[in-house]
Design a protein around this ligand. Sequence first.
Ligand SMILES: [Zn+2]
Length: 271
Amino acid sequence: MFDPERKAESLAMDRVRRSLAEAERVVVLTGAGVSVESGVPTFRGEEGLWRSHRPEQLATPAAFARDPRLVWEWYAWRRERVGGCRPNAAHRALARWALSRPGVLIVTQNVDGLHGDAAIEAAGDRAPETAAWPIELHGSLFRVRCTGCGERRPHVAPIDTGSRASLPRCPDCGALLRPDVVWFGEPLEDRTIGRALAAARGCDACLVVGTSAIVHPAASVAVEAAHGGAVLVEVNPDPTPLSPLAGVSLRATAATAVPRLLGGPNEAGPA
Ligand SMILES: [Zn+2]
């Protein structure tokens, strides 16, 4: 039976697939929604509570200065919860797509490292090419930064939070290491947000996945792209403040919609 709604959806999907395939430069902006189907908690509201502390009380430079052990204990707990999560079909489709064609930049607000994991998977025996490696606007749970010399490095080993003396220290200068994430009250790193905004200004299409787009300046990546004339495609189960700017809004979850949009092995388009 002819179903006009289904037909309209299918036509919209075809149009988006074509726009993305034809675009020379594409910026993909992702948020918490892209990782929901991987089981990553949002750490907001009830989920965010840990021993009755709210994230706003722990994810600050002042909290770390006052009690680094408490802050590290919270991050050790988060790393444990997130460390068991794997990339889902959306992360995988994006990583494969970025490796298979030039001109794709993935920009994420997430600190879960799943785009990086998907890039490593997609690259197989090759070194994960920078093409599929995301710009992590808010840093990563699995990186540390030295509070002394500022050196950053990957860090996935368990954190010994037994005492202040057992907390991880910089192998170069001996100062305390902190999670390499952007805390409340801290600006995004100029170089990182600058790279993302520059790419957004020059792109032909911007795919926004799983973000309510209310956190600035991350949200300005999509706004800059739209103002520069790029086609804005939104994948989100609910309307967001970006929806009015979007040429097409697909009301679906990331793992459902993204593989259909980008295609790839075992992921045929709409019938
Ligand atoms: Zn150091």
